[in-house]
Design a protein around this ligand. Structure first.
Ligand SMILES: [Zn+2]
Length: 124
């Protein structure tokens, strides 16, 4: 580390990198990222857990729609989110996954129709 940068205080440190995956034990945060405490296995996918004015924002993809497949990629994105908070340009709408939400709703609606006899009968 070099000391030439001006120290900045009160930096936003909101957010954490997590995974939905589980190994034999829950993954733990280490200096090298998330690891299984027993076998040092790492998750294959990650998401960012971010708090904004009492709301929890989960970000599983970057701006190009790529799922985070490394801790480093998620961490880089989280750093950008934090710096936007510091710059006061953070907009949670930029990070809410509208398409994913729509997809989840469609899946839910189809499952509901499939389990509802009345709806099934009325189908063309
Ligand atoms: Zn394990």
């Amino acid at each position: 580390m070099t000391n030439w940068q001006t120290p900045t205080y009160n930096l936003c440190m909101n957010g954490a990198i997590r995974t939905r995956e589980k190994c034999c034990h829950p993954f733990q945060e280490t200096s090298k990222g998330l690891r299984c405490p027993k076998y040092k296995a790492r998750p294959e996918t990650y998401y960012i857990d971010f708090w904004w004015k009492g709301d929890r924002i989960r970000v599983p993809r970057d701006k190009d729609g790529n799922i985070f497949t490394s801790y480093e990629a998620a961490n880089r994105f989280l750093t950008v989110m934090r710096s936007k908070v510091d710059e006061k340009t953070f907009n949670p709408k930029d990070y809410i996954q509208v398409e994913v939400k729509k997809l989840e709703f469609a899946t839910y609606a189809m499952a509901w129709v499939a389990h509802s006899p009345d709806m099934a009968l009325n189908r063309p």
